[in-house]
Design a protein around this ligand. Structure first.
Ligand code: NI
Length: 178
């Protein structure tokens, strides 16, 4: 039996769970783990996200999913199957930063330019409890850093350097695509 996941309400900026540091996963055998990840992916896809953290559906645990694919919110995103990352760590980060647009499902209707490390080295556990190491760059590295911030109680607005880049989603779409 493969659980398909259900659409859950996305927590919104102002809710305490988004500002709390999430706790590590200890029991990888727990059946709830697979269900939580399935609910995260289903909820994210329905909202046209390219990533989601567990606290965005109300669970303060260190799990997020990186899942870029082209959609109306991110027409130029690369295509990648959803990759769940548990207890992730940022091992190395490039000095070089790159600035690009971000939005967040927990902060609907807004976009801004956010500087992020261009290249990162990361470590995480998959849902089977196996440890992985990876080097990420570009948009995928950006998503990782955005989601990693979420599980530490941060949102992209905290990282914005030039606040004048904030714009509404509608205006962003008018200027940057469809
Ligand atoms: Ni977000």
């Amino acid at each position: 039996m493969k659980y398909r996941g259900k659409v859950l309400p996305i927590t919104q900026l102002g809710e305490a769970v988004l500002r709390a540091k999430a706790r590590p996963v200890r029991n990888f055998a727990a059946p709830e783990l697979e269900r939580l990840i399935a609910d995260m992916i289903t909820t994210m896809k329905q909202a046209q996200g390219v990533g989601i953290a567990a606290n965005q559906i109300g669970f303060g645990v260190r799990i997020f999913v990186v899942a870029p694919e082209p959609n109306p919110r991110y027409p130029r995103a690369p295509q990648m199957p959803p990759l769940p990352m548990i207890n992730a760590r940022l091992v190395k980060r490039s000095k070089e930063l790159t600035t690009d647009w971000e939005g967040c499902l927990s902060i609907p209707g807004l976009r801004a330019k956010v500087p992020r490390h261009k290249e990162i080295e990361i470590e995480f556990f998959n849902p089977d409890g196996l440890r992985h190491r990876a080097k990420l760059s570009g948009f995928v590295a950006r998503i990782f850093q955005h989601e990693f911030d979420h599980i530490n109680g941060l949102v992209y607005m905290d990282r914005v350097k030039d606040r004048k880049t904030f714009m509404t989603e509608r205006e962003y779409r008018r200027l940057h695509g469809r």
